[in-house]
Design a protein around this ligand. Structure first.
Ligand code: BES
Ligand code: ZN
Length: 457
């Protein structure tokens, strides 16, 4: 192991050069015109796995973007890790707000900037290099390793369940390992044990059968943008609670013990508000900020459009208006059920002056992973060795829909060993991964393979 760690130390420059190649590929899974780039990215990942000595590397086509598979199975009698990650990224817009181009890796102030640097290419790369370092220096891995890196996580993994179900035997393992979450803060290694679920819907509001002159017709028809705004505004009450009937029915209440453990974390509302640039925070009354972010369901408008949004003024009363609404879910809530409640409610409250159509785009369930498992015990030791500090435990507000399905389909628990940071700008301009976490992550991951192989015999 000493030699492996030494090797990682002396290869830092090369890692930065190589990860830049990965980050240069604009593998935006949601944009049809980027389909070729997403495919190219899957090939880059597959080639890397081959180059570092992984075997049975394949690029499995799906109804959408392909899944890259690789394995190394030469440790009979030793446990098997199924490593999961994603090579797709979110769109880069608004591109003008990036200080360096989104698909050119740029190192400044101890941070590596680029779309995907943290979510999740950088963290996939961390494992690529950890595996490479161990195979190169030790000649073998201390356990069996299977890897799937998918290209559709950022669009809700629509084809991954089918892939996993069709490959149950091939993917059989003892634990799932995912590096696609964040640490509590810089210098604070963290084990994440909970993620929220998601139900994502789009609303289309139709008013008059065509765009109209807003002077000639204004005053005689309900403007669809106004109607939509009224609908959206009504979805929260004055206590910040979602008004959809039944929305909270299945919510699993937070235990006293968990509320206490959240409260013990070093977190200050005032600092957090300052960091976000807001005068005051907002959210459901009766819960702390961390509770609201990690363990309470929420509803957000992600985008709203209609009418004229170009430069200058155009007097128009639009025929249509749209909004994208996501609801973050907590354990025990069903994404399908919430999406149905949402659709019914929107139809019910829509004024007669307009027509509404609600489409359910995608969803996934919340996840809680056990913390008294061999997988997590190994993570505690690996993080301590990699970062020199005992980790703390937290939940997160984001979603990785496949986590609950790994449990349902393969019967496997997941360990969330994340190397991102809360201020990493994921899904936003100027995304970065801190170099400390990038290199510390490579070391921690190498440690993890060893720790898990001894703990989980
Ligand atoms: N890596 C994130 C999830 C995440 C981020 C978890 C930070 C915890 C902390 C993941 O790639 C992501 O963004 N997922 C989407 C899922 C959705 C599109 C189904 C999300 O949460 O919006
Ligand atoms: Zn991610």
């Amino acid at each position: 192991m000493q030699q492996t760690l030494q090797y990682i130390e002396s290869n830092k420059e090369r890692y930065l050069k190589e990860v830049a190649e990965f980050l240069r590929i604009p593998s935006v899974s949601s944009q049809p015109n980027r389909k070729g780039e997403v495919l190219r990215c899957s090939q880059w990942v597959a080639n890397q796995f081959k180059a570092i000595g992984m075997e049975n590397v394949s690029i499995a086509p799906t109804a959408g973007h392909p899944v890259v598979y690789a394995d190394w199975l030469h440790a009979p009698g030793k446990p098997t890790i199924l490593l999961y990650g994603h090579y797709d990224v979110q769109p880069e817009d608004p591109v003008n707000e990036w200080k360096s181009p989104p698909f050119e890796a740029s190192v400044r102030e101890g941070k590596l900037f680029a779309r995907g640097s943290a979510d999740d290419k950088g963290q996939v790369f961390i494992h690529l290099k950890a595996i490479e370092a161990v195979l190169k220096n030790e000649g073998k891995l201390p356990l069996n390793l299977k890897v799937i890196i998918e290209g559709e996580e950022e669009v809700g993994s629509p084809n991954l369940d089918a892939f996993v179900s069709a490959n149950k035997k091939k993917l059989a393992a003892d634990v799932v390992l995912i590096s696609d979450t964040s640490m509590f803060a810089h210098g604070v290694p963290t084990i994440c044990y909970g993620l929220r679920g998601l139900a994502y819907c789009e609303i289309e509001v139709t008013g008059p059968n065509t765009d109209l002159h807003s002077g000639v017709f204004g005053g005689s028809v309900h403007n669809p943008i106004q109607a939509l705004s009224e609908i959206i505004a009504s979805l929260h009450d004055k206590n910040g609670r979602v008004t959809i009937p039944g929305f909270y029915d299945d919510v699993l209440k937070l235990s006293k013990a968990e509320r206490n453990s959240f409260a013990k974390l070093p977190f200050k509302d005032s600092q957090y508000a300052k960091f976000l640039g807001v005068k005051e925070l907002y959210g459901e009354k009766g819960f702390t900020t961390l509770e609201r972010r990690w363990a309470r369901p929420t509803l957000e408008c992600n985008g709203i459009w209609g009418g004229y949004t170009g430069e200058g003024a155009k007097t128009v009363l639009p025929g249509k208006a749209y909004a994208k609404i996501s609801m973050r879910l907590v354990p025990n809530q069903s994404a399908e059920k919430i999406a149905t409640l949402f659709g019914k409610h929107i139809k019910k409250i829509a004024p007669k002056t307009v027509q509404v159509k609600v489409t359910y785009l995608h969803g996934g369930e919340a996840a809680i992973t056990p913390i008294d498992s061999p997988g997590v015990r190994a993570a505690v030791i690996a993080l301590e060795k990699g970062f020199g500090k005992k980790p703390l435990y937290q939940r997160e507000g984001g979603s990785i829909p496949i986590v609950t399905n790994f449990k349902k389909i393969l019967g496997l628990d997941t360990v969330l060993l994340g190397f991102g940071l809360p201020d990493e700008n994921a899904h936003a301009p100027n995304e970065f991964i801190s170099l400390d976490n990038f290199f510390g992550g490579i070391k921690t991951s190498a440690h993890y393979y060893y720790e898990y192989s001894t703990i989980a015999k």
